[in-house]
Design a protein. Structure first.
Length: 715
């Protein structure tokens, strides 16, 4: 899911006179808003009394074009300045000037904000809907990116907001509801003012941490209860792990399009998304946790967005770790990076601002997640948790960057982490490892294990802490060693009392690296991540489905210059230097996929499916077979496939279509695992890490009444 961030890098405004607040308090502009929404017209009417943190003689801000503000105060002049674009919105700059210093000013304005939903392409196969601002009969979506309120380039905001709406409608924003129920208020510094509205059914429950709320577009008490239960559970989990929840409520709000946004004290999810059963314990806790990272501690975008990776690590990854599947999640994370990111697409973490496709997600979410995992492995669980708590405590409701993270962890450990953070945040790329010359020999009544570990990436070597696991004869539990590697090669020599039978490098996927092909089964992600792709269409398919396959191929090719389309009748053999999609089981190359699935559930003639395998002429590349059982099933199949990118095969039924089977091909042992002679040893058990939530329960945060008073509550 996405955190909705508003970026101001293109703005070159300056505000003078706003530095009178105490040094440890962020500059905050208070807005006292009276808003009337007219959804049928797409119109809003606003009166906004601004209170600045200090007296000034001039003040600059932007508003959405066409709102045409006026002021009530005499002696203050309002002058239009530059007009520019912010994304697809045209925004108008304004300057307030006065010969005598002023601190308060009231603006009145009205106009239409109605930007219809547009598509953002993640790759050639998938896109998502978004609007920078929309007031419509279906609902209202406004943020600072809509420029619906006076947006300045510096300083955070607080607000009191009353909202006049049509009968039956409700408004949602961050903070606490006004006593009359017709608006919202918050006095803690915010980086945005959100205004969401629609005809809602509201459900509430008071928990020990905060009030849990659910806003649905139609009555559904059972669904609301599931979300209220999950809200209570995850608020308690993160309250214990990190520190006091920073707001007085958390609300699930149903959007009027498919979305996954995390705002302060609420999340805005699409109508289909919220009804998927797995969302409750995957994406939903991710959005709750954003109230600590991103909406509790704000992101200093100039130094990179750390929030998405840290939230993914402590939500998505932690939940898998609680189920004993942490290593699987890390492997999938590294697989996505390996599938989607090549040398030409690389960028360092300090350059990541937000997700705008699969590559940015693999780096900004995945690589950042692995950074925090490696930091935890280096520091140990207790010191890692201490560093997280310090960071949250020191920067709540303030902007922070990687340098602030480093300092908090250094305080928790009393050691320098400059080299670690510089390497993993300022360098692009990833290490790639190979083993060679592995030998076992008798020595001094025991054995010597020697091997050579090499970094094979074209970029200079990284400084790595590489985990090695050595299995002894007759044992299932391996011996762990950590090797520090700073050069291109490292010769390893280990004395052992028992005979080693297996050596494995990083079998728990604890190190950020490019995976070896032997560690990754063929997957849909390898097809969607390729920028050199050929789609082979079936000449002998039925007329209707043949046309539908062609339409899909042309739609994908329209989003990527690297896609070629050919008919199977035009090829004597498949190209060996390109990733391939084979469309249709009628395709004359479809037999290359015969026998891959033998499950009783697989009925090739009746089901829609996608199967992958390694390219027979080039094992470094993958190919896929896409078959639709009926023309009506193809659009849904094409829409759903990107969500199964880690899988080797997926099978669907019906016109909708509904998933019935998915999985990854079983791999033989990795090239980074060496069996050391004799018969194949018994399976090696790599110990799983203890979940951080369990560690935190042993030493929970001590909360005080002062912590509770610091929540974003009503003024």
């Amino acid at each position: 899911m996405l955190r909705l961030y508003t970026l101001f890098f293109a703005l070159t405004l300056s505000i003078t006179g706003l530095s009178t607040a105490a040094a440890d308090t962020p500059d905050t502009i208070h807005h006292q808003l009276q808003v009337k929404l007219s959804p049928n017209e797409g119109r809003l009417t606003v009166s906004d009394k601004l209170t600045l943190p200090g007296a000034v003689t001039h003040f600059e801000f932007y508003l959405h074009q066409g709102l045409n503000p006026g002021i009530k105060e005499r002696g203050i002049t309002l002058t239009p300045t530059a007009r520019q674009k912010s994304g697809e919105i045209v925004i108008q700059g304004y300057r307030l000037t006065s010969t005598t210093p002023f601190r308060e000013v009231t603006l009145s304005y009205n106009g239409i904000i109605q930007h219809q939903l547009g598509s953002i392409d993640d790759d050639y196969s998938s896109s998502r809907k978004s609007s920078p601002g929309l007031i419509s009969e279906k609902g209202v979506f406004l943020s600072s990116g809509s420029f619906w309120y006076p947006v300045a380039a510096e300083g955070l905001v607080s607000f009191d907001m009353s909202v006049d709406l049509p009968t039956g409608w409700s408004a949602v924003s961050q903070g606490s509801a006004l006593d009359n129920g017709n608006g919202w208020s918050i006095d803690s510094p915010q980086d945005d003012i959100y205004l969401i509205a629609a005809p809602y059914q509201r459900y509430i429950r008071q928990s020990d941490i905060a009030e849990a709320q659910v806003y649905l577009r139609r009555k559904d008490p059972a669904l609301a209860k599931r979300y209220l239960d999950a809200t209570e559970h995850y608020l308690s989990l993160y309250h214990t792990l990190l520190g006091p929840y920073p707001y007085s409520k958390f609300a699930l709000v149903e959007n009027f399009w498919e979305s996954g946004y995390g705002m302060p004290s609420f999340t805005l999810l699409g109508p289909q998304v919220i009804r998927l059963p797995f969302i409750l314990h995957s994406s939903y806790p991710h959005e709750i946790l954003h109230n600590w990272w991103g909406n509790g501690v704000y992101v200093d975008y100039g130094s990179g967005n750390w929030s998405e990776g840290l939230t993914s690590y402590l939500a998505d990854h932690l939940i898998k770790e609680q189920r004993g599947k942490g290593a699987d999640y890390r492997r999938s994370t590294l697989q996505r990076y390996t599938d989607y990111v090549d040398q030409q697409k690389e960028f360092p973490l300090v350059a990541f601002k937000g997700r705008h496709g699969q590559v940015s997600q693999a780096i900004g979410y995945g690589k950042t997640l692995m950074l925090f995992h490696m930091l935890r492995m280096q520091l140990g669980d207790e010191r890692f948790i201490d560093g997280l708590r310090r960071f949250y405590r020191q920067h709540r409701f303030r902007s922070a960057g990687y340098d602030d993270l480093r300092k908090s962890f250094e305080q928790a450990t009393d050691e320098s982490l400059s080299q670690f953070f510089q390497q993993w945040t300022e360098r692009s790329g990833a290490p790639a490892l190979v083993l060679s010359d592995t030998k076992v020999s008798p020595a001094d009544g025991g054995y010597r294990l020697t091997t050579k570990l090499k970094q094979t990436q074209s970029a200079p070597p990284f400084v790595l802490r590489v985990p090695l696991f050595i299995q002894m004869e007759g044992d299932t539990q391996p011996l762990k060693r950590q090797i520090v590697m700073s050069g291109r090669e490292r010769q390893i020599d280990i004395a052992l009392k028992k005979r080693p039978v297996r050596l494995s490098v990083d079998p728990g996927f604890d190190l950020f690296r490019k995976l070896d092909p032997s560690e990754i089964p063929s997957s849909l992600g390898q097809l969607f991540g390729s920028d050199r792709l050929t789609i082979v269409l079936p000449n002998n398919a039925g007329t209707e489905i043949r046309a539908d396959y062609q339409q899909l191929a042309e739609a994908w090719a329209g989003r990527s210059k690297g896609i070629d389309i050919v008919w199977d009748s035009e090829l004597k053999q498949l190209p060996k230097n390109r990733t391939l999609w084979i469309f249709g089981r009628e395709n004359r190359f479809a037999d290359l996929f015969n026998g891959l699935l033998k499950d009783d559930e697989f009925k090739p003639a009746q089901q829609s499916y996608a199967l992958t395998r390694r390219h027979p002429g080039n094992p470094q590349l993958s190919m896929g077979l896409l078959h639709s059982a009926a023309p009506k099933a193809l659009p849904g199949l094409a829409r759903k496939l990107p969500h199964y990118s880690k899988y080797s095969y997926v099978v669907f039924e019906g016109d909708r279509p509904t998933n019935r089977l998915k999985g990854q091909w079983r791999l033989s042992e990795s090239a980074l695992t060496v069996n050391l002679g004799g018969k194949k040893p018994v399976p090696m058990i790599v110990p799983a890490h203890t979940p951080l939530s369990k560690i935190a329960r042993r030493n929970p945060v001590v909360h005080t009444q002062a912590d509770n008073r610091k929540k974003g509550s009503a003024r």
